[in-house]
Ligand binder design. Structure first.
Ligand code: ADP
Ligand code: MG
Ligand code: MG
Length: 875
C-alpha cells in the first residue's frame, strides 16, 4: 500500500517533490529542533491521485488521513471536537515550487458552537475564541464553498461602523459572536445548508479544496508564467494551531534574513500584535517593522534571531519565514528560500560566495535567469530624476523605473496594455485576482500594505516596479480617481514610480539604458567562465549589434536583411525591383540597393569586432514589400514609367493563399538569382572593406540560406553565391574565407540533415518557422486558440515561447546528429525566439548546439542559462 501521509517527524528537506516545499521545510525545521506546531503532510501524489479518481479522495487515502489525525491527537494531547481540550488545525497548501498567494489557507479548523464555548471558558478569553470562529467561517466559506470574501468583509465593515471603531481589534467578544452568527446565516443563504459542525467533515472539505485549488485559473496562469508543470500537484499540510490573536502578548509576523529588495544582510520583516495569519500581508492593519518586536517580546525576539541564523546556515540561502508568538512563545510556521528582486539575487549570491557559504558555480546556479530581464530594462535618467520633486513617498517594494498612464483596475491594465499603452496600476491593495493586470502594468502603486503585502511579493516575483502603502493617497476607486499632494489624478494621467526609493512623481521622467556592472558583472563573469556554449545575438541594425555586444554577445547569429529594405528611400528601389519586367530592369534596381546594403553590413562587421556575423538572405514573400496606398502605387508607377493599372496587376499577381508557405526564402533565389547575387556582393564587399581596416580581426562572413528543404535546392543557390563571392574576393586580391550554411526550419531539412550537410557549412535552427511547420499552425494565428488549449490542458505553454522539446526538439536533436555525422566540423546554432528562453537554452546545450542566438536584451539571460546548463550537466 502506498504511503500518502507523513508526520512532520517523518519527512525532511530532500522530500520536496513528495511533500511540497512547505511540508518538506516544516519537517526539516522539526528535525533541526526548531519550535514547529506539529502535524502531517498529505503528499503531492495524493493530489495527482485525487484528479485521477475524478476529483475524489479514495478510501485508502481517506483511511490514512484518519489514522494520522489520531497520531496527531496523540502527539498534541488534544482531540478534534473535544469538550475538554479541542484540537484546532490549519490546512495549508504547498506545492514543490512556492506559489505565493495562489492557493488559500484555512485557519482554526475544528471549531463549532460547542468547541468555541469550551475554549472561551477555558481560556477566559472569549474575544479570542469568537475571533477564531468568525475567521474560520469566513475562510472556510471563501475557500471551500467559494461563497466570496466580499460579503463577509461587508459585514465586518458594517459592524465596525455600527460600533464606531476603525479596526478589527477594537471589536469585542460580543461583536465577534454576533458576526459569527451573521456569517453562518450568510453561508446558509448562499449554500443552502448549515455550516458544517463536524471537525472531520470540515477537514475533508478543506483538503479537497486545497487539491481543487491546484487547478484554479490563478494557479494555472502562475504556473504557465513560472514553468511549473501541472502534473506536479500540491501537498496539503495539516498543522496544529499556534495563536497570535490571544491578546497583546501574542502576534504574528513574516521576516527575511536579508533584504529581499536590495540583498543587504539585515533582518527585515513585519509584525502585528494580536493578529492571525494573513493579517500582516492583507493590509488589514499596517504592521510594525520587525525591530519593534524586540521591545514587545524581547525573549521571543532573541530566540527568533537565533532561528534566523540557524536557518540561513542550514539552507545556505536567504530565508523567508513566517512565525507566530503565542503568549510570548515563538512558533515557526514556514521557511523557504526567499523570493527576491534580481538586484538582491545578485548581491546575495556574491555575498554568499564571499562569506564562504557557496561556490561560484552554486552562486551562478542560484540566479533565476528570467529575473535578469528587469535589470536590463531602462532606469530613470539620473539627472532628470534629481531635478524632479516627488509628490509622494511610500515603500520601495520592488525596484525599477516605471512611468505610464494611470489605470485603476486589473482589467483596465490588461486592456490598455493590449492596445499598446504603458500603464501604472493604482489600487487600494491588490489581491490574487489582479495578477494578469499586474503583469500588464509597468508599475504598481498601492495605498495600503507593507513590504510583504500581496502587491509587493507578487511584483518582486514578476520583476515589476512596485511602490506600496502610500497612505497619503485619498482613493476613490469607484470613480477612478485619487488625490495626492493636493492634485486630483484621473484615469489616463501620467505618473512615474521609483521602485527603489518609493518616490512617486507627477508626469513622465525620462529613462536611460541599463549597464552590466558591479555584482551583475561578477556573476556574468562567472557564468562565462563555466559555460561552454556560445551566445550570439539576433541583430538587424548596427545599433542593435552594438547593444548586444555591450551585453556580451559573441557574434551575430541572425541578421534579417529584409529589415534593412524599409529604411528611408531604399524601399522605393526595392519596389522597383519587385515590379520589374525583365532581368535587366531588376538588376538596375538591385544596383541601387547594393551600396546601402553593403554599408549596413560594414557597420555590423564593425560592431562585432571580428566576431562571427551570420547574414541571412532575403526571406519574406515579396508581397510584404509592395506599396499599399494609392499615393505610393502612383509614385512607383511614375518612377518605372508604368501605368497604375500595371503596378496594381503586378501586386495582385503576388498575392498568395498562404504566404508563410509560399514564394519565399531560397525559393526567391531560385526564381530571381540576381537578388542573391546582389546580396552576396554586398556581404563580401563589406567584409573585405572592414577586414582591410582591421588587420587584427579575422572576418569570416557567414551567408545563411533560408527555408531550405532539399539538398539540390541548397546546392543550386549555393553555386550562385559561391561564384559571385569567389569573383569578388579574387578581384580584391584577397584570400578571405567565408561560409555558406542554411537555416533548418522546414521539418524535411531536419529529416534529411545528413544530405543537406553535404552542402551546408553550418546549420542554424529557425525554431519560429520550424515550430510553425512542425505543428502545422501559424504563430500569428495561434493566439486564437492557445487559451482554449491551456484550459483543456492540451498545452501547458506557448510552443513559440518555450521550445517543444518532445517534437520540435526531437527534430533538432536528430538534425544535429545527422549533420555532424556527415560533416564533423559543421557548427550548429539556434536563432528562433527560443534562443533567449532559459529552459530552451538548457535543451540546446544538451543536444550539443555550438551557440544560441537571441535578441540583444536576452543575451545576458542566455549566457547565464547556458552556464547553468553546463554546471548542472557536470554534476
Ligand atoms: P501561504 O502559502 O499563502 O503563505 P500559509 O499556509 O503559509 O499560506 O498560511 C498563511 C498564514 O497562515 C501563515 O503565514 C500563518 O501566519 C498562518 N498559519 C498557517 N498555519 C498556521 C498555524 N498552524 N498556526 C498559526 N498560524 C498559521
Ligand atoms: Mg506562508
Ligand atoms: Mg524562418
Amino acid at each position: 500500500m502506498a504511503k500518502w501521509v507523513y508526520l512532520f517527524t517523518e519527512g525532511d528537506a530532500t522530500m520536496r517533490n513528495l511533500l511540497g516545499g512547505k511540508g518538506a521545510n516544516l519537517a526539516e525545521m522539526t528535525n533541526i529542533g526548531l519550535p514547529v506546531p506539529q502535524g502531517f503532510t498529505i503528499t503531492t501524489e495524493a493530489c495527482t491521485q485525487y484528479y485521477e479518481d475524478g476529483r475524489e479522495i479514495n478510501d485508502e487515502i481517506q483511511g490514512q488521513i484518519n489514522e494520522y489525525i489520531e497520531k496527531m491527537e496523540e502527539i498534541t494531547g488534544k482531540k478534534f471536537g473535544d469538550k475538554e481540550n479541542p484540537l484546532l488545525v490549519s490546512v495549508r497548501s504547498g506545492a514543490r515550487a512556492s506559489m505565493p498567494g495562489m492557493m488559500d489557507t484555512i485557519l482554526n479548523l475544528g471549531l463549532n458552537e460547542t468547541v468555541v464555548e469550551t475554549i472561551a471558558a477555558k481560556s477566559g478569553n472569549p474575544r479570542w475564541a469568537w475571533d477564531c470562529y468568525r475567521r474560520f467561517i469566513q475562510m472556510y466559506s471563501d475557500v471551500v464553498m467559494e461563497v466570496g470574501k466580499k460579503y463577509f468583509e461587508e459585514l465586518i465593515d458594517e459592524m465596525k461602523a455600527k460600533k464606531g471603531v476603525s479596526q478589527d481589534v477594537d471589536l469585542t467578544a460580543e461583536d465577534l459572536k454576533e458576526l459569527a452568527s451573521q456569517f453562518k446565516a450568510e453561508y446558509k443563504e448562499k449554500i443552502g445548508e448549515d455550516f458544517p459542525d463536524d471537525p472531520k467533515k470540515q477537514l475533508m472539505g478543506a483538503i479537497k479544496a486545497v487539491f481543487r485549488s491546484w487547478d484554479n485559473p490563478r494557479a494555472n496562469v502562475y504556473r504557465r508564467d513560472n514553468d511549473i508543470p501541472y502534473s506536479w500537484g500540491t501537498a496539503v499540510n495539516v498543522q496544529s494551531m499556534a495563536f497570535g490573536n490571544m491578546g497583546d502578548d501574542c502576534g504574528t509576523g513574516v521576516a527575511f534574513t536579508r533584504d529581499p529588495a536590495t540583498g543587504e544582510k539585515k533582518l527585515m520583516g513585519e509584525f502585528l500584535t494580536n493578529a492571525q495569519g494573513e493579517d500582516v500581508v492583507a493590509g488589514v492593519r499596517t504592521p510594525m517593522p520587525i525591530a519593534q518586536m524586540e521591545e514587545k517580546f524581547p525573549e521571543a525576539f532573541e530566540q527568533f534571531k537565533q532561528v534566523c541564523q540557524t536557518l540561513e546556515d542550514h539552507y545556505r540561502d536567504m530565508q523567508d519565514m513566517e512565525f507566530t508568538v503565542e503568549n510570548k512563545k515563538l512558533y515557526m510556521l514556514q521557511t523557504r528560500n526567499g523570493k527576491r528582486t534580481a538586484q538582491a539575487a545578485l548581491k546575495i549570491a556574491c555575498d554568499l560566495v564571499d562569506e564562504g557559504m557557496r561556490t561560484e558555480e552554486e552562486a551562478v546556479a542560484m540566479i533565476d535567469p528570467r529575473n535578469l530581464d528587469t535589470l536590463l530594462h531602462p532606469q530613470f535618467d539620473a539627472a532628470a530624476l534629481k531635478a524632479a520633486t516627488p509628490m509622494g513617498k511610500a515603500l520601495g517594494a520592488s525596484p525599477g523605473a516605471a512611468c505610464g498612464k494611470i489605470v485603476f483596475t486589473a482589467e483596465d491594465a490588461k486592456a490598455w496594455a493590449e492596445r499598446g499603452e504603458k500603464v501604472v496600476l493604482v489600487r487600494l491593495e491588490t489581491s490574487p485576482e489582479d495578477i494578469e493586470g499586474m503583469k500588464s502594468a509597468q508599475g504598481i502603486l498601492t495605498v495600503r500594505g507593507g513590504m510583504t503585502s500581496h502587491a509587493a511579493v507578487v511584483a518582486r516575483g514578476m520583476g515589476t516596479c512596485c511602490v506600496s502603502g502610500c497612505g497619503d493617497i485619498v482613493m476613490d476607486e469607484a470613480n477612478k480617481k485619487f488625490t495626492l499632494a493636493g492634485k486630483e489624478f484621473h484615469e489616463g494621467d501620467s505618473i512615474s514610480l521609483d521602485g527603489s526609493t518609493g518616490n512617486i512623481y507627477d508626469g513622465i521622467i525620462p529613462t536611460v539604458d541599463a549597464t552590466i556592472a558591479g555584482e551583475f558583472g561578477r556573476i556574468m563573469a562567472w557564468a562565462d567562465k563555466y559555460r561552454t556554449m556560445g551566445v550570439r545575438t539576433n541583430a538587424d541594425t548596427p545599433s542593435d549589434a552594438k547593444k548586444a555586444r555591450e551585453l556580451g554577445a559573441e557574434g551575430i547569429g541572425l541578421c534579417r536583411t529584409e529589415h534593412m529594405f524599409f529604411e528611408g528611400n531604399r524601399i522605393d528601389a526595392f519596389r522597383e525591383m519587385i515590379c520589374s519586367d525583365t532581368v535587366e530592369e531588376r538588376e538596375a534596381a538591385l544596383d541601387k540597393i547594393l551600396p546601402y546594403q553593403q554599408g549596413d553590413f560594414e557597420q555590423l562587421f564593425e560592431a562585432m569586432e571580428g566576431n562571427p556575423v551570420t547574414i541571412r538572405f532575403l526571406d519574406p514573400p515579396l508581397h510584404e514589400f509592395v506599396p499599399q496606398t494609392e499615393e505610393d502605387i502612383k509614385k512607383l508607377a511614375d518612377a518605372q514609367g508604368k501605368s497604375v493599372e500595371t503596378i496594381k496587376a503586378i501586386i495582385e499577381s503576388l498575392k498568395e493563399f498562404n504566404p508563410m508557405m509560399g514564394h519565399r526564402g531560397c525559393r526567391l533565389t531560385v526564381t530571381y538569382p540576381e537578388i542573391a547575387v546582389m546580396q552576396t556582393k554586398a556581404v563580401i564587399r563589406a567584409a573585405l572593406a572592414v577586414q582591410a581596416k582591421h588587420a587584427d580581426w579575422t572576418i569570416v562572413p557567414e551567408i545563411m540560406i533560408p527555408l531550405v528543404g532539399e539538398e539540390k535546392e541548397l546546392k543550386y543557390v549555393k553555386k550562385i553565391v559561391v561564384k559571385t563571392a569567389d569573383e569578388e574576393i579574387k578581384a580584391a586580391g584577397s584570400d578571405m574565407k567565408y561560409e555558406v550554411g542554411t537555416m533548418i526550419e522546414i521539418p524535411r531539412a531536419a529529416l534529411l540533415a545528413d544530405e543537406i550537410a553535404k552542402e551546408a557549412e553550418f546549420f542554424c535552427f529557425g525554431t519560429n518557422d520550424l515550430t510553425q511547420m512542425t505543428f502545422g499552425f501559424s504563430r500569428d494565428d495561434a493566439g486564437k486558440f492557445l487559451d482554449a488549449y491551456y484550459d483543456a490542458k492540451i498545452f501547458e505553454n506557448d510552443p513559440f515561447a518555450k521550445l517543444d522539446q518532445n517534437g520540435v526538439g526531437k527534430l533538432m536533436d536528430m538534425a544535429v546528429k545527422l549533420g555532424k555525422g556527415q560533416r564533423p566540423e559543421l557548427h550548429c546554432g539556434i536563432c528562433g525566439e527560443h534562443g533567449g528562453d532559459p529552459s530552451s537554452v538548457e535543451f540546446c546545450h544538451r543536444i550539443g548546439l555550438d551557440y544560441v542566438s537571441c535578441s540583444p536584451f536576452r543575451v545576458p539571460i542566455a549566457r547565464l542559462a547556458a552556464a547553468q546548463a553546463a554546471i548542472s550537466m557536470k554534476h
